[in-house]
Design a protein around this ligand. Structure first.
Ligand code: XLF
Length: 324
């Protein structure tokens, strides 16, 4: 059987372009596509993964779509899922969607063409794109369709705990830096935080970040907040964004926690590496990840799994960015 190298040579196109075309990832011009396809037809070529999948009903592969591969929370999640999957005889096909609907749509097609056994869609930005997909799916955080299980942390309660902690530590001029409104999880954190502030009759300020973690953009947003130094307590929607906020504050000479106390959300590994170390709300990453993959494999194996929201408990982790 022909291989990629031969196809590339015969079509006079680079191996990388042929590979992008076969995997359905990245840009390939229409002209190149046509040339490659012509050679594929002539040589009767079938990509390996597909060839294997054609003999069995589907591959022993699970598609894991993460929204932001540079966020430590999703690194940790992917590692736990991969470990569990491996034990169960599956390999993971990792796709980074960048919270981009088009990218996610494209990956969905690629995963289907590779006949993956199941899909984990984290913080999905798509809905109707999933309607006719006949592959078991589990959603993390953002809901997709009524017949798809959604797993998440108790974000609402986490938001409440964050406020409660800052309040108990004496903060009265409080800012919440919330996540993009298309993230269901951070909307719930915001709601819980606001609800708790209302119950104490305290007005808080809120600003929204447009990205989960893109240092430059976060720093630009922070620079445009002239009054960031006026607060004595800040709740940031996740740990990685909190790290960027801390850096900006420290650069402008603000002392943490003496002048401003900070609380993040996730309890990803960077929290402990920061100085001062970050007080945060723990998302049970192991439990979340194990539940996601365990339920998905059950569905793949035809077991009956109740379709509902699975919500895992959050809890406060006190470190040095809040007063002891
Ligand atoms: O989607 C939310 C926002 O960022 C997710 O749980 C995270 O907290 C991960 O950092």
């Amino acid at each position: 059987m022909a291989n990629i190298r031969e196809i590339a040579k015969k079509a006079n196109i680079s191996i990388a372009t042929v590979s992008r075309h076969l995997n359905g990832t990245g840009y390939v011009s229409e002209e190149a596509r046509e040339k490659i396809q012509k050679v594929i037809d002539e040589l009767n070529y079938t990509p390996n993964a597909l060839a294997r999948a054609m003999f069995t009903k589907n591959s022993k592969t699970i598609g894991l779509m993460v929204p932001n591969i540079s966020n430590p929370f999703f690194n940790q999640m992917a590692s736990v899922i991969e470990e569990y999957a491996k034990k169960m005889g599956y390999t993971i096909f990792l796709c980074n969607t960048d919270d981009d609907r088009e990218k996610e749509k494209n990956y969905l097609e690629v995963l289907q063409s590779h006949r993956v056994a199941g899909i984990i869609a984290s913080r999905s930005q798509c809905r109707e794109e999933y309607v006719n997909i006949n592959i078991p799916i589990i959603a993390f955080e953002n809901h997709i369709l009524d017949n798809i299980i959604t797993i998440s942390s108790d974000n609402y309660n986490g938001g409440k705990m964050a406020f409660d902690h800052l309040y108990k530590k004496g903060c009265r001029k409080i800012l919440h830096i919330k996540g993009p409104h298309v993230f269901e999880a951070t909307e719930l954190r915001y709601k819980g935080f606001l609800e708790e502030a209302k119950s104490r009759n305290l007005e808080i300020d809120v600003i929204e970040f447009q990205h989960d973690f893109q240092v430059q953009m976060l720093e630009e947003s922070i620079r445009s907040m002239k009054s960031i130094n006026n607060y004595d307590g800040i709740f940031v929607f996740n740990d990685i964004a909190a790290a960027t906020v801390m850096r900006a504050l420290k650069k402008s000479g603000v002392r943490i926690p003496q002048e401003v106390q900070i609380i993040g959300f996730d309890n990803s590994f960077i929290g402990e590496l920061l100085y001062p170390s970050l007080t945060t709300i723990n998302q049970p990453i192991e439990e979340l990840s194990n539940t996601i993959i365990e339920l998905l494999i059950k569905i793949i194996n035809g077991e009956n799994v109740p379709i509902r929201d699975y919500i895992m408990e959050t809890k406060l982790v006190e470190r040095e960015t809040t007063l002891s």
